[in-house]
Design a protein. Structure first.
Length: 271
């Protein structure tokens, strides 16, 4: 999956840079302003809580709620109005702090506070790449929860009023499915649930816990555990399952479908 992520990022990088000029500036963002041949007007400026920056000659300039390109135009127009003839102004975002997406669950390098800086244009595969992709214990889907009320600085929560849930097939995403590569919005929360598992024990080569996929049979589960040893037999398999809060033991037909939480026990063959 790492290779797929890197290839995807390489393909979309030029478009992402263009989209950053459409990033809407907000409080706590840090802007880099460069004015050609005017070193005293070039530098880094923090956007205050009221959406303004303190800029030389112009005083407080309102930039909150305007995209980067719009900030450029605003500064250029203001400087040209009484200070310079045709000033060349370039604005870029040095630190993205006003908007975030949140990610949690089975990812390799989860951020300490669960938040990733949102750069104005980010897809699901980019977000996963920034946290080292998913772990081997990730389930078959990724869940994105977003507020339908627009961008937010806080995480969207499942079941909250106005929350929308988007489910993404992780395997299709890993295979390069374009439709699965959701374009994220500020405030989105990405959940990577842990996969459902079973336990295989007894006379198998590698007893332990294994991830299951929909429709997996007892025989397929035994194959994950390396198969039955010479001392065991598929004819003496039991499934220990929790049913209605009670533990029950049923015969493990090789073609039976396993369920999450099952313990499959392979007993010793009769001599």
């Amino acid at each position: 999956m790492h290779i797929l992520l890197l290839l995807a990022i390489m393909q979309i990088a030029p478009a992402a840079e263009t989209d950053r000029r459409l990033y809407v500036v907000g409080p706590n963002d840090v802007l880099t302003v460069t004015v050609y041949n005017q070193a005293q007007l070039s530098g880094k400026y923090v956007v205050e809580a009221d959406g303004t920056i303190a800029y030389p000659l112009l005083g407080r300039v309102a930039v909150g709620g305007i995209n980067v390109r719009g900030v450029e135009d605003k500064l250029r127009t203001a400087l040209a109005a009484g200070f310079f003839k045709d000033p060349q102004v370039i604005v870029a975002v040095d630190k993205f702090r006003s908007q975030q997406v949140f990610i949690t669950g089975e990812v390799r390098q989860p951020p300490a506070d669960g938040a990733l800086e949102f750069t104005g244009s980010m897809t699901l595969i980019e977000a996963l790449a920034r946290v080292g992709s998913t772990t081997e214990r990730a389930g078959s889907e990724v869940i994105i929860v977003r507020s339908t009320g627009g961008a937010s600085a806080s995480a969207a929560r499942p079941g909250a009023p106005g929350a929308e849930t988007v489910r993404v097939d992780l395997q299709k995403l890993q295979r390069g499915g374009v439709a699965e590569n959701v374009v994220l919005r500020a405030g989105d929360t990405i959940f990577v649930p842990r996969a459902l598992t079973i336990f295989v024990s007894g006379h198998v080569r590698t007893p332990g816990e294994y991830v299951i996929r929909p429709g997996m049979t007892v025989r397929q589960a035994l194959a994950l555990a390396g198969g039955v040893t010479d001392r065991g037999t598929e004819r003496r398999v039991q499934i220990i399952r929790l049913v209605g809060g009670k533990q029950v033991t049923i015969d493990g037909d090789p073609q039976a479908t396993v369920e999450a939480g099952d313990t499959i026990v392979v007993k010793e063959r009769f001599l």
